[in-house]
Design a protein around this ligand. Structure first.
Ligand code: NAD
Ligand code: UGA
Length: 461
């Protein structure tokens, strides 16, 4: 019979580990991390990540069935089931640099489990990983386990999107669990399914083989990103012809085989996962000697790079081919609305482009801290800050960021940008006053009536 899970440990208190475990009812969950600062923040009034609804969920459960700690060993020892939810970034050097996932954090966590565990555990791979990683985890665990300790490995990828994480977690489209198709494997799979069944309908809990589960995660992200690159590719055609990308996407999305979601043209997709996971799939395809497949998926990332640079160039070209010394307001630094996360945000690419062209930039974002913006602009210290400092300002309000700006560039689709006092902003801008809508959120007619020259993605001007 499946083991009843009474205590859960989650290794990695990040964007995934924190929210996913905070929604688990009744069962005692301890989320651990090596990063003391992060754990302190989880235990404070100011959580380390901004996510709508997260504060309420954490405050209701913290100290009751939800705990945050840096005592990794103790939490491992006590748990029946361990989620491994550590970061798996793209490798920066060595074999597969620039494509393959760096699995060092995952392997360190796995080794720790093997060293510390004194009883049998179900180990759940929650991080996004290349296919067959669960196999490697099993080998590490089995080679290092104590007598009498048995480890079952499950794959349980996470599909939440930032900004809607709590909603996604309480009502997921599906929960996916992969296991070995052995009696023992299937039994472990049931144990985890029973945890989710506390709040997810059974028919939404899908159980498959380990590799299918691992590949489904990469596939889902690749196909979602592919829709964005497709619509962004079409946006370039719209700009050249006078067609309107919102109208095209609407018409296309009405086909029930296609669906209307995830067809919003943009300045390009960002976020910590799409690019990383596609490059991972590209690397996997190459390693499996499938170069045509690798080329196909690589094009999704290349189109995204093209979209970002195309938009940046459009700003420069529109401002009469030079932005040297000109002030450009960047509205939005997060990679999407309702998050403070800036990983791979298109704003960073655009800002760098503008700085290379010797413009002055003024940045506003309602959730991103000034120190985070500096980390992004200096690539976490790899680029010296001093030379760019005179050209960068970070503002507390939109009005301040836009004052005297020769161009206002919308990079993130924050709702508040839709309802700004645009007349007042216009009054404080030199003429012609340009607004570049990288997210297609503004009322083009209203702004044009005020006097702005509005340039949007995917519309002929
Ligand atoms: P993150 O960087 O926010 O969090 C990872 C945490 O793991 C960090 O706090 C780090 O200190 C900790 N950690 C690393 N090694 C550790 C160790 N050995 N012991 C204890 N703690 C350790 O990353 P994230 O955004 O939460 O992503 C985690 C994984 O989930 C990645 O594989 C990612 O691809 C995947 N994923 C992310 C999202 C998302 O929306 N961010 C969604 C689905 C899947
Ligand atoms: C994405 C997936 O949606 C999640 O299912 C997945 O779990 C997650 O990646 C992950 O594996 O990390 P996330 O990156 O948080 O979630 O956010 P998305 O809503 O997917 O947005 C990603 C980027 O695409 C953002 O920059 C967003 O602005 C952009 N986007 C999204 C568009 O440009 N157009 C769209 O129509 C949708």
């Amino acid at each position: 019979a499946p083991v009843e899970v009474k205590k859960i440990c989650c290794i990695g208190a990040g964007y995934v580990g924190g929210p996913t475990c905070a929604v688990i009812p009744h069962i005692q969950v301890t989320i651990v991390d090596l990063n003391q600062q992060r754990i302190d923040a989880w235990n404070s009034d100011t959580l380390p990540i901004y996510e709508p609804g997260l504060d309420e969920v954490v405050k209701a459960a913290r100290g009751k069935n939800l705990f945050f700690s840096t005592d990794v060993d103790k939490a491992i020892e006590e748990a029946d089931l361990i989620f491994v939810s550590v970061n798996t970034p793209t490798k920066k050097s060595g074999i597969g640099a620039g494509f393959a996932a760096d699995l060092k954090f995952l392997q360190l966590a796995t080794r720790r489990i093997a060293e510390v565990a004194k009883s049998s555990k179900i180990v759940v791979e929650k991080s996004t990983v290349p296919c067959r990683t669960a196999d490697a985890m099993r080998t590490i665990l089995e080679a290092n386990s104590k007598p009498g300790c048995h480890f079952d490995i499950l794959s349980n990828p996470e599909f939440l999107a930032e900004g809607t994480a709590i909603e996604d977690l309480f009502g997921p489209d599906r929960v996916l669990i992969g296991s070995l198709q052995t009696e023992q494997g299937l039994s472990a799979c049931q144990s985890l399914a029973n945890v989710y069944a506390n709040w997810v309908p059974r028919e939404r809990i899908l159980t498959v083989g380990l590799w299918s589960s691992e590949l489904s995660k990469l596939a889902a992200n690749a196909m979602l990103a592919q829709r964005i690159s497709s619509v962004n590719a079409l946006s370039a055609i719209c700009e050249a012809t006078g067609a309107n990308i919102d109208e095209v996407a609407y018409a296309v999305g009405k086909d029930t085989r296609m669906g209307s979601k995830f067809l919003k043209a943009s300045v390009g997709f960002g976020g910590s996962c799409f690019q990383k996971d596609i490059l991972n799939l590209v690397y996997l395809s190459e390693s499996l000697h499938l170069p045509e497949v690798a080329k196909y998926w690589r094009a999704v990332v290349e189109m995204n790079e093209y979209q970002k640079s195309r938009f940046a160039n459009k700003v420069v070209n529109t401002l009469f081919n030079t932005i040297t010394g000109k002030k450009i307001a960047i509205l939005g630094w997060a990679f999407k609305k309702d998050t403070g996360d800036t990983r791979e945000s298109p704003s960073i690419t655009l800002a760098n482009h503008f700085l290379t062209e010797k413009a002055r930039i003024d940045i506003y974002d309602p959730q991103v801290t000034e120190s985070q913006i500096w980390l992004d602009l200096t690539d976490y210290g790899d680029i010296p800050a001093e030379p760019i400092k005179p050209h960068v300002k970070i503002s507390e309000t939109v009005e301040e960021a836009c004052k005297n700006a020769e161009a206002i560039v919308i990079c993130t689709e924050w709702d508040e940008f839709k309802t700004l006092d645009w007349q007042k902003i216009y009054d404080n801008c030199p003429r012609p006053a340009f607004v570049f809508d990288g997210r297609l959120i503004l009322d083009r007619k209203a702004l044009t009536d005020i006097g702005f020259k509005v340039i949007s993605i995917g519309t002929g001007d």
